[in-house]
Every structure is written in C-alpha cells, then in structure tokens.
Design a protein around this ligand. Structure first.
Ligand code: HSE
Length: 428
C-alpha cells in the first residue's frame, strides 16, 4: 500500500468538522479513488475545548496554525480558517515555504494574495487548490480548469452568495422589506460576522475575481470588480419586477470585451423563468459560456458543512491521485495583468421613479432620456396617490453612462419626487 497522504487541518468550524467527518467516514472510498490512504495527522483551531461532535483524539493538536503548517508529518495544509490576513495568510505562507501543498476554502485570501501565493507555490513545485472557495459544493473550478479547458471562455456569470439569494428570495415570497429579512437572516446565523461581506457583495466579488482569472488567463484583480450590494434593493422594486416577469438577483458577471475585462457584482434583473431567475433561497448557480461548449449551468449548495467539505475533499483526492494543476489553470507567472473595462456592456435597464402628477411631467422625463440617447422600450404609470404618480420604464439596450447621464438630468426637471431607481436587465 502506498504511503498515506497526511493532512494538517487548520480551522475546525463548520467546514473543518465536515472534512474530518468525510475522512473518517469514507476512508476506504477515498483510498480507492485517490490510490493511497488519506489521513489526518494534526489539527488546529482557536478553542481546543469546544465540542465539535467529532472525535479528534487521534490527531496531534497545534495551538498555532503556522506550527501546524510546518509540521514534517503534514503533506497538505488544509486552510479552513478564513480571512485575507492574520493567521490564515501567515500559515498559508508558512506552508508554501515549508514545501507543502495547500487546499483552501479561503476566497478572501486568494482574491487579495492569490497571485503571489500561486507564484511562490509553483516556483517550489507545490499546488494550491481552492474548489471550496467558490460556490461551495459546486465543482466550478474543476469545470473551468479541466472540463472546459478546450474552450475560449466568453462569459462567467453567477449567483455566488447564498445569504443574498436567501434575502432576495424571502423578500419576494413573504413581501417583506430588506431590513426585516436581513434581521431574520442574521437571527438564523446566515450572515457573516461582518455583514458587508455578504450584503455588500464582497464575498461574491472575491469568488467572481477568482473565476475570472481562470477563465481569461488574467491576474486576480478583485480591486477592479465593480461592486454593489443588495442593501438598497426595495420590496417595491421586487414587486414591480415580478409584475414584468423579472427577478432581482445579486449577479456576478465577468467577460472579456473589446474594452477590457469587465467584472461586476451587482443587483440585476433577470427573467423570472430563466435558470438564474428560478434559483431559490441559499442556493448558488454558476453559468459558464465557452466558444465550443455554448452555455452550461451548474447549480447547488454554495455553503454549509457537507457541500464545502465535499469540495475540499475533491482537491485532496486530486492531489492523492497525483493531479498537479496550476492554481489558476495555467502557470501563475504567465497570467497577464488585465485591462479593466471602464464601462459595462450595453443592456436594457429598468427605471422606477415617482413623478409629480402634473401636466408635462412625463414629457420632461422622456425628453431627458432622449437627450441622454436612451430609447424607451416600455413605460407604465402604475398608480397614483394625491399628487404623485409612480412610473416604470424599461429602456432599449443602453450604456450605464447614458443611464447615469439621464438620472442626473431627471434631478434637474423639477418633477421628480425622491430618488429614481435604475437596475440593469442582464441578458442571460
Ligand atoms: N456567506 C457565504 C454565502 C458563505 O452565503 O454564500 C460562502 O462564502
């Protein structure tokens, strides 16, 4: 029997516990698939005394993850602590310096430091694998790096934050405002300790930037992701969108255009009957488009013990098999610095505004749109109170610049009540 592959696991939260369970439960299956046994030799976490519901007595304990990463009886450093800096970064760097392979679920670390870490690992003949960092249990890294390796990737799109999808879905199904559903989600433990990671789009933006690097052969450029969270999405827009057969999703899109690499994570409207529009609750979906394959859609659990641990184990078993892929699907040193597209590709937009209900108000709005070069596709005035009239407009394809220009023009008309809302309708 070949020598076992020895894991050192740093972080025994939900995912770490899940990995321990799989290693213990499926030892034979893992050995058969990987061609050698996989065993855990040492673990590390902040609190040794916590009851995690798994038996850790056979494993050495390290209080310091850096010490764990350097242990001579660890072949793969499994980093499940999270965070772009601090212990996760220090221990990952230590593991690479000590000649270990790394399997991580840490999207923030890779979004900020992935290029340098990958170059260092590859210079030492080591691998960093991160299936669990993007869309939990969905094997999207494998799909892009391996399954679609023969394609020129044209677009990567997805809903990659389950918390946001839960909030938006629940707002629509229960007819509740954002603040109430956010509080509910927090109470259920669905929201990260720093909520802006979820609702500010940062967590999903990290994931998108990693997929873009693989898809387009570019250095990870999280700072160039155009980020907008869901905290300003209103129940009124969800209702009006639903009436038009549309749904609001926190949608990530990465595509290489003639103007450079476009990376966006923002609330967008998609057809309610499209796969993305149908995506319920905390689920994730990634849509990949390639020149030969066309479009493929991957859907599944984006977080949680079993799904994320499943992704970690896929990477571990690949290493056991001797599969040694570059972190981003090609040598990290060959990734090119992307030119960031300054504007997103044109798309139809949804505009909702409240106007003073007086003669000529709508004409003024139509004039502003015309002067901004924005053509109206559909328009609806959908109610009145005493002196105001809510209006919905769907535009033909136009640029965000033109929409911004029109929004500035609206303010000067003197007929606008409150702030207008503009949402992109993504062609999916
Ligand atoms: N809070 C994240 C989500 C966890 O909801 O998807 C996985 O990154």
């Amino acid at each position: 029997m070949p020598d076992p592959l020895r894991l050192g696991i740093a972080g025994l939260g939900t995912v770490g516990r899940g990995v321990v369970k799989i290693v213990q439960r499926h030892a034979d299956l893992i050995a058969a698939r990987g061609g050698r046994p996989v065993e855990i030799t040492a673990v590390s976490a902040r609190n040794r005394a916590a009851d995690r519901g798994v038996d850790l007595s056979a494993y050495a304990w390290e209080a310091d993850p850096v010490a764990l990463a350097r242990r001579p009886d660890v072949d793969i450093f499994v980093e499940l602590m999270g965070g772009a800096e601090g212990p996760a970064r220090a221990a990952t760097e230590a593991a690479i310096a000590a000649g270990k392979d790394v399997v991580t679920a840490n999207k923030a670390l890779l979004a900020h430091h992935g290029q340098r870490l990958a170059e260092e690992a590859e210079a030492r003949g080591r691998v960093i694998r991160f299936e669990a960092a993007v869309a939990g249990g969905i094997p999207v890294i494998k799909a892009l790096t391996e399954g679609l390796a023969g394609n020129q990737i044209t677009r990567v799109m997805g809903v990659m934050n389950g918390t946001c999808n839960y909030i938006l879905t629940r707002m629509e199904s229960a007819g509740l405002p954002y603040a109430q559903v956010f509080a509910e989600a927090q109470g259920l433990g669905y929201v990260e300790a720093d909520p802006t990671l979820d609702v500010g789009g940062i967590d999903a933006g990290h994931k998108l930037s990693l997929l873009a690097a693989i898809a387009f052969g570019t250095r990870v450029s999280f700072d160039a992701v155009d980020l907008e969270g869901i905290d300003r999405v209103s129940i009124e827009d969800i209702r009006q969108a639903a009436d038009m057969g549309l749904r609001i999703k926190l949608l990530g899109v990465a595509q290489m255009t003639g103007r450079g690499l476009e990376q966006r994570m923002s609330p967008c409207l998609v057809p309610a009957d499209s796969p993305l529009g149908q995506l319920p609750g905390g689920t994730n979906m990634v849509v990949l488009e390639g020149d030969s394959v066309g479009q493929i859609v991957l859907r599944g659990a984006g977080a949680g013990e079993g799904p994320t641990a499943s992704a970690v184990m896929a990477d571990v078993i690949d290493i056991a098999r001797g599969t040694r892929l570059s972190t981003f699907g090609r040598p990290a040193a060959s990734l090119v610095a992307p030119v960031a597209a300054k504007a997103s590709a044109p798309a139809a937009h949804y505009l909702r505004m409240t106007l003073q209900d007086k003669p000529g108000a709508l004409a003024k709005i139509a004039t502003v749109l015309g002067e901004a070069g924005v053509s109206i596709d559909r328009m609806r005035q959908y109610g009145h109170d005493d002196a105001t009239a809510p209006v919905l407009i769907v535009t033909h394809k136009t640029t965000r610049d033109a929409i911004d220009h029109a929004l500035a023009g609206f303010a000067a008309t003197g007929v606008m009540v409150g702030q207008p809302v503009a949402l992109r309708i993504e062609p999916v």
